[in-house]
Design a protein around this ligand. Structure first.
Ligand code: FAD
Length: 473
């Protein structure tokens, strides 16, 4: 069987569905080819959203524990894992239904199947069925005028990783198979630490092992130090400069061996191991070569400012296109590619892409970091406002954080900024806007922020920069 479409969108994640909806709104006839029956991709189904549903639960448990110092005590949490899984599933289902409605309203056709390019204008589709996207054996050829590739990424496996249900990737960890007594998280990046936070708060003894010298690479170290201080007790062990060299499945658990000056001594037994060592783009899994599309050595598809590949009527966006692998970047690129496909003048031209670790405390940063500024030899100044001087942070019993602004030494324009503390992921947006609008420190300092709030800390950091921060909120 064969079909035709004006615009093919391969992959129904945040990049794919955003591109499809925008293109349909601009009058294109659009077909999404997605393996699974629901839209939302990794982010909605097995990434951003379910992880935040679980992190919300963990934060409430923590908050309740913090109240001890205010004279309020609760008993130990009673955890019903089935109901917790249900809560997470309901959150995801609600958003799945919303996306299905949006696709229907725009007459975006969703074909459930696995697509592989077979030429510059043809896609072979192996039809799939059911929630697990099982192949049915039925095939279909789709001819397209233009295409937006949004096939995302896959978790990287360790070469010695055993096939065992007790060794999971982020998708397996989000499924909450059971509550382990001892858990190992291999990889101290954002995903590993977020999932580690959830399991540790639910009662597991969690060790985190990171091969590089730093947890959360990419963020300035002063932010991570605050996180480490708060989390020293939550995690059983945080091991940097430590390589996991073997994982062996035995009847009594998964035995892990390590290498490194600070590594745990001898093989350690764990009930559950999460491997979170990064993700690989799906560039080589979608037949891109058959369409003449260039793929780089890491599996990313290089694109221009409109997100066109070297084959001009085919675009690539999201995790497939380049780092950082973040949903908000994918959505933004989806809009750019869709508008370009519809003939509009639009380019991906951003000054910052924010990153957030939704841990406790959260760490968020945008634009240039201090570390990058130093490496580039760029003359910047940094102003920091400690939350120990924030009335709201103190009232919340969470004043360990700080907010910093990084600005050009000459023009005083904001070029970067970061927040560590509760809700940092919400607070970073003002800094994102300031960077994109070319705001100067004075613009933020002279903006009245509501009192008493945590967002006031952005204004106070600007006042520190101006030398006018005399009143403590
Ligand atoms: P994806 O979301 O990966 O979607 C790709 C889709 O393409 C998938 O649905 C897949 O089934 C489909 N597909 C692939 N190949 C084919 C094929 N050949 N045929 C048919 N269909 C195919 N990002 C954030 O910004 N914030 C967060 O808090 C955050 N948390 C995360 C937590 C976890 C645990 C993980 C794993 C990721 C997280 N991310 C987060 C990253 C975010 O999920 C990704 O950056 C985002 O989903 C990328 O979107 P995308 O559209 O490029 O691809």
């Amino acid at each position: 069987m064969s079909m035709k479409t004006q615009l093919l969108v391969l992959g129904g994640g945040p990049g794919g569905y955003s591109a499809a909806f925008r293109a349909a709104d601009l009058g294109l006839e659009v077909t999404i080819v997605e393996r699974y029956p629901v839209l939302g991709g990794v982010c909605l189904n097995v990434g951003c959203i379910p992880s935040k549903a679980l992190l919300h639960v963990a934060a409430v448990i923590d908050e309740a524990r913090h109240l001890d110092r205010a004279g309020i005590t609760f008993g130990a949490p009673q955890i019903d894992l089935d109901r917790l899984r249900n809560y997470k599933a309901q959150v995801v289902r609600k958003l799945n239904q919303g996306l299905a409605g949006m696709a229907k309203a725009r007459k975006v056709n969703h074909i459930q199947g696995i697509g592989k390019l077979t030429g510059p204008s043809t896609l072979a589709i192996e039809r799939t069925e059911g929630p697990n996207g099982r192949p049915t054996g039925e095939t279909l050829t789709l001819t397209f005028e233009q295409a937006i590739l949004a096939a995302g990424s896959e978790p990287i496996r360790l070469p010695f990783q055993p096939q065992d249900p007790r060794v999971v990737d982020s998708t397996g960890a989000l499924a909450l198979p059971f509550l382990p007594k001892r858990m190992l998280v291999v990889g101290g990046g954002i995903i590993g630490l977020e999932m580690g936070t959830v399991y540790a708060t639910l009662g597991a003894q969690v060790d985190v092992v990171e091969a590089s010298p730093d947890l959360i690479p990419g963020a300035d170290r002063d932010l991570v130090r605050v996180w480490e201080k708060v989390n020293g007790k939550r995690f059983a062990g945080l091991y940097r400069n430590t390589r996991t060299t073997a994982l062996e499945a035995k009847d009594d658990g998964i035995w892990a061996s390590f290498e490194g000056a600070n590594a745990p001594e001898g093989a350690q037994r764990y009930d559950l191991v999460l491997v979170a060592v990064g993700r690989r783009p799906n560039g080589r899994a979608i037949g891109a070569e058959a369409a003449g599309i260039t793929i780089d050595e890491r599996g990313f598809i290089p694109v221009d400012a409109q997100r066109r590949t070297n084959v001009p009527h085919i675009f690539a966006i999201g995790d497939l296109a380049e780092a950082p692998m973040l949903a908000h970047k994918a959505v933004h690129e989806g809009h750019v590619a869709a508008e370009a496909a519809a003939g509009h003048k639009r380019a991906f031209d951003v000054l910052q892409i924010p990153s957030v670790a939704y841990t406790d405390p959260e760490i968020a940063w945008a634009g240039l970091t201090e570390t990058e500024a130093k490496a580039q030899g760029r003359a910047v100044e940094v102003a920091t406002f400690p939350w120990a001087a924030s009335g709201r942070a103190i009232a919340n019993g969470r004043d360990e954080g700080f907010t910093k602004l990084i600005f050009d030494a000459e023009t005083k324009r904001i070029v970067g900024g970061a927040v560590v503390g509760v809700n940092a992921g919400e607070l970073i947006s003002e800094i994102c806007l300031a960077i994109e609008m070319g705001a100067e420190v004075a613009d933020i300092a002279h903006t009245i922020h509501p009192h008493p709030t945590l967002c006031e800390s952005v204004g106070m950091a600007a006042e520190v920069a101006e030398g006018s921060c005399t009143d403590l909120p």
